[in-house]
Design a protein around this ligand. Structure first.
Ligand code: PLP
Length: 387
């Protein structure tokens, strides 16, 4: 499990972009958030079986599918809901886009908490909504929500918060007291709380993931958007779920999905999710142990060789978040130094304009791949220290 997989020549977006960026195929990619090892054996077996059938026609996300999703929520997160609240579409980004379009109007303000998954910026702007940033508070690489500023945004008329839970790229798994404070604040101002929970299963000990969905009794303007894409390396199969508790909102979102013929997903995505959510528990637990070991390896390596590079404590996701300002104060050199050393990481700037000298490193690879990556990253860091 979690062994090196050569993804070159497979049309992998991460690897193809890395090869094009540095100009050769010996590069190692630690950028885009998907995994460089095989999915769970139960998923691969289910896909193979379905592939062998030979007919790949229109396919329903039926009751079996929805039961698999809801029983996963129950087993893994300790809450569940009724099937009627579950809507199925292709990507999490499609779902978020449709939610914004359905529940807010042109020029309405939508808030995001930065630094955040970079696509949240165009997600809001492309719908012609006003993008409002509520930067997370950072202290020595540890992040928390700026509730005071968030309340000021709400008081100024923000209609929706697109929340990232766990938070990409800072790796926070939000605690119950934080979620409750957030929900109470949203309720007080009638703000829609849309929770992107795509990283929900990638949780490192001793942290515990809590979905905002479990607080539906407190406030019904909560929407959960999630998928098995990150957990089981299924992003290419494009299958995502929306959990919508409010009936009027659900009707509006359903109508919007129908307008663009986006209701439902695809055959292989549906089969993969059923298998993953029915029999993938043991594999996911093992993956979390693997990611934890990868994070510890990186932390130990930094402490030993580059103690001025600070890593944010990783609570969830498989994405490490590093402050490289000690090596590259204005953040103009480290990407090139990495490329020269044959390694591609994600630069901090797309996550927030204030994070130019930070970088994100994807740990979802084999331990050997990380070893080689660290060797190359070391070369890049040494070059930066000479400048
Ligand atoms: C927080 C977050 N949301 C959404 C996505 C994209 O999901 P999808 O490919 O299902 O649109 C990502 C991918 O990195 C992500 O990190």
């Amino acid at each position: 499990m979690f062994e090196t997989l050569d993804r070159r020549n497979t049309r992998s977006a991460k690897w193809q972009m890395a090869i094009e960026t540095v100009g050769h195929d010996q590069v190692l990619a630690f950028s885009v958030a998907d995994s460089d090892y095989e999915t769970a054996p139960c998923v691969k077996a289910a896909l193979k079986k379905r592939l062998d059938h030979g007919a790949y026609g229109y396919t329903l996300a039926d009751d079996t599918y929805k039961t698999a999703v809801l029983t996963w929520f129950e087993r893994r997160y300790g809450w569940t809901t009724v099937k009627e609240n579950v809507l199925v579409t292709s990507k999490v980004l499609t779902a978020l886009s449709i939610v914004i379009e359905s529940l807010t109007d042109d020029k309405d303000a939508v808030v995001i908490q930065t630094p955040v998954y970079h696509v949240f910026y165009p997600l809001v702007k492309q719908q012609r909504r006003k993008l409002v940033e509520n930067p997370l508070l950072e202290n020595d690489g540890r992040y928390r929500i700026d509730f005071k500023q968030l309340e000021a945004c709400f008081a100024a008329g923000v209609k929706m918060l697109v929340f990232c839970s766990p938070h990409n790229p800072v790796g926070r798994v939000w605690r119950e007291d934080e979620l409750l404070q957030l929900i109470h604040l949203c309720k007080h101002y009638g703000v829609w709380l849309v929770s992107d929970e795509i990283h929900a299963d990638l949780i490192l000990p001793p942290h515990r993931f809590l979905s905002v969905g479990q607080y539906q009794a407190l406030y019904d303007r909560l929407i959960v958007v999630q998928s098995a894409g990150k957990t089981f390396n299924l992003a290419g199969l494009q299958t995502a779920n929306l959990i919508v508790f409010d009936k009027t909102a659900r009707t509006r979102i359903k109508q919007r999905l129908a307008r663009y013929f986006l209701q439902g997903s695809n055959l292989f995505g549906i089969e993969a999710v059923i298998a993953a959510y029915t029999a993938g528990d043991v594999w996911v637990d093992a993956q979390n142990r693997h990611v934890d070991a990868q994070a510890k390896k990186l932390e130990t390596w930094l402490d030993k060789y580059y103690p001025t590079v600070k890593m944010t404590p990783l609570e969830g996701t498989y994405l490490a978040w590093l402050n490289v300002s000690a090596l590259d104060q204005d953040g103009t050199q480290f990407e090139q130094a990495c490329h020269d050393a044959g390694v591609v990481v994600s630069a901090g700037k797309p996550f927030s304009q204030h994070y130019t000298n930070w970088m994100r490193l994807n740990l979802a690879c084999s331990s050997e791949q990380l070893d080689e990556g660290l060797k190359r990253l070391g070369q890049a860091f040494n070059e930066l220290m000479k400048l």
